[in-house]
Design a protein around this ligand. Structure first.
Ligand code: FPP
Length: 223
C-alpha cells in the first residue's frame, strides 16, 4: 500500500493525512474484494523495516491501525470476513495487539474472505522464524528432516493453510518486492500501478483484476 506520503506531499499535507486517506482505500478494497468472492487478501500494513521511520509516524500508524480495527469490526462481521495477522505482532504496541486479538477472535468462526494484515512483517524474517522452529522441532525429535519438503516447510510460515497469492498489486509505481511474502510469491502475477494507495479504489482494483484475468499462467510449464 505504497504512496501515502507522496499523496499527502503533492497536496501540501502532512504524511499522516496520506495514511488517513489510505485507510479509506483499505476499507473500500477489503469490502470490494469480499464482494467479488476473493478468498484471501493480504495487506502489507507495516514492514519490519518500517520501524526505522520517525517515532511519531510509527505511533500514528499504530493508532490508525487500532482505530481501523475498532471501527471496522462490525463491517468485517457483516461481510463474513475473518481477520488474521502475518508477522511478529508481539512487538506492536499493547493497544494494537489487543484490538487485533479482539477482532480476530470475534471473526474466527466466519467462513468468507480471509483478511491478513502484515504487521511488523518481513519475508526474510518469516522464513528465518520458520527455519528456527524447524530446527527446534528436529532437535526435540518431533520432526524427521527427511520428510521436510516445500509443503511441510510452508506449514511453518505465517500463511499456514492458505494458498499462495495469485496476484500481487503494488501501488505508486515502485518496481520492488520490499521483503513481501518472498516464499509465497514464487509464481504470483505482479501488477504495478502508478496510482498512489490513497487513490486506489474500486475502479483501480477492477483494472488490476481485469489485467490479471488476461494473463496466461504457466507455472514454469509450456502452455
Ligand atoms: C506506505 O506509504 C504505507 C505505509 C508504510 C503504511 C500503510 C498503512 C496504512 C494505509 C494504515 C494502516 C493499515 C491498516 C491495514 C489499517 P509511504 O508512507 O511509504 O508513502 P511514500 O512512499 O509515498 O512516502
Amino acid at each position: 500500500m505504497d504512496g501515502n506520503g507522496r499523496w499527502a506531499k503533492s497536496r501540501g499535507l502532512p504524511r499522516l493525512a496520506g495514511h488517513t486517506e489510505g485507510i479509506e482505500s483499505v476499507r473500500t478494497v477489503v469490502t470490494e474484494c469480499a464482494r467479488l468472492g476473493i478468498g484471501h487478501l493480504t495487506l502489507y500494513a507495516f514492514s519490519y523495516e518500517n520501524w526505522a521511520r520517525p517515532a511519531d509516524e510509527i505511533a500514528a500508524l499504530m493508532q490508525l491501525l487500532t482505530e481501523y480495527l475498532r471501527a471496522e469490526k462490525q463491517e468485517l462481521l457483516d461481510n463474513n470476513i475473518t481477520l488474521g495477522a502475518f508477522g511478529d505482532i508481539s512487538r506492536l504496541p499493547e493497544h494494537a495487539q489487543t484490538a487485533l486479538s479482539e477482532v480476530s477472535e470475534a471473526t474466527s468462526e466466519l467462513t468468507g474472505m480471509r483478511l491478513n494484515l502484515a504487521l511488523n512483517y518481513g519475508g526474510r524474517q518469516e522464513i528465518l522464524r520458520a527455519a528456527v522452529r524447524i530446527a527446534q522441532g528436529h532437535g526435540q525429535g518431533a520432526l524427521d528432516l527427511s520428510t521436510l519438503d516445500e509443503k511441510v516447510f510452508s506449514t511453518y510460515l505465517d500463511s499456514f493453510g492458505q494458498p499462495d497469492p495469485d496476484l500481487l498489486i503494488r501501488t505508486s509505481g515502485e518496481m520492488r518486492l520490499s521483503n513481501f511474502l518472498l516464499w509465497q510469491i514464487a509464481y504470483t502475477e505482479i501488477y504495478v500501478t502508478d496510482v498512489l494507495w490513497p487513490d486506489f479504489r474500486e475502479e483501480q482494483l477492477h483494472e488490476a483484476i481485469a489485467e490479471y484475468q488476461g494473463r496466461t499462467r504457466r507455472f514454469g510449464r509450456l502452455d
